[in-house]
Design a protein around this ligand. Structure first.
Ligand code: TIU
Length: 219
């Protein structure tokens, strides 16, 4: 049984019941000039995840293991976007407004899609989600089938990654969050967000880094 060094302790799992989740690595969140930046955020804090994630994807695909990508976004008529989400805060651009990369977080627009560096490969599932959590209003649980362990990556650590890990935890999955492959616009949230997952004996799961998992893959 493979074993990965992690916090709060080593995680044992089986490759054939493990899937890689890549959360919301979308242009609107990661590209300079996009929605994330319009909220006043420093996108470089997210962009440092691109290189390690690309390396992980390469090793993961070489091993023939499943990859599931998610994208946060809404239908063009915004019928799946609660007004509370649409009107929250005071961003200079709102969901559905025209942005540098098309209408912000609208399915089918250039900005809604995944960044070039991490484009899904043929056959990999892409789950479109209207919420922060990847299980809410999606068929993710069906896609996962008998999967027991989720390797969780993507952005942002304290928002969509955390919400998804919490949803997964309540649904009985073991989550391994890779610190170098998740990113927050806020360094302090990155640090504390990861601590919150592994605290209390792994209250939401485990935290490791991608080189450790890649080594286990190649053993
Ligand atoms: N994917 C995701 O985390 N959506 C967000 O809106 N994150 C923020 O941190 N704003």
């Amino acid at each position: 049984m493979p074993l990965v060094e992690a916090r709060p302790g080593p995680l044992k799992f089986e490759w054939d019941s493990t899937a890689l989740l890549v959360i919301d690595m979308q242009r609107d969140f990661l590209m300079p000039g996009g929605f994330g930046e319009s909220l006043g955020n420093d996108v470089s804090q997210l962009r440092r995840t691109i290189e390690p994630l690309a390396a992980l994807l390469k090793a993961w695909r070489a091993a023939g293991l499943p990859v599931i990508h998610t994208r946060e976004g809404h239908l063009p008529d915004l019928s799946d976007c609660p007004p509370a989400k649409l009107h929250r805060g005071a961003p200079s651009m709102r969901i559905g407004d025209p942005g540098a990369f098309g209408r912000i977080l609208i399915r089918g627009e250039y900005g809604h899609d995944i960044i070039d560096e991490l484009q899904p490969a043929d056959g990999e599932a892409v789950v479109d989600k209207p919420g922060k959590g990847a299980f809410y209003a999606t068929n993710l649980a069906e896609i996962l089938g008998d999967t027991k362990t989720l390797v969780v990556t993507g952005v942002t650590t304290e928002v969509c990654v955390h919400t998804t890990v919490r949803e997964a935890n309540d649904r009985g999955y073991e989550c391994l969050v890779l610190a170098d492959c998740v990113g927050s616009y806020f360094p302090e949230f990155q640090k504390v967000g990861l601590e919150m997952i592994a605290a209390q004996g792994g209250i939401f799961g485990w935290v490791a880094s991608s080189p450790e998992l890649i080594s286990a893959l190649q053993e």
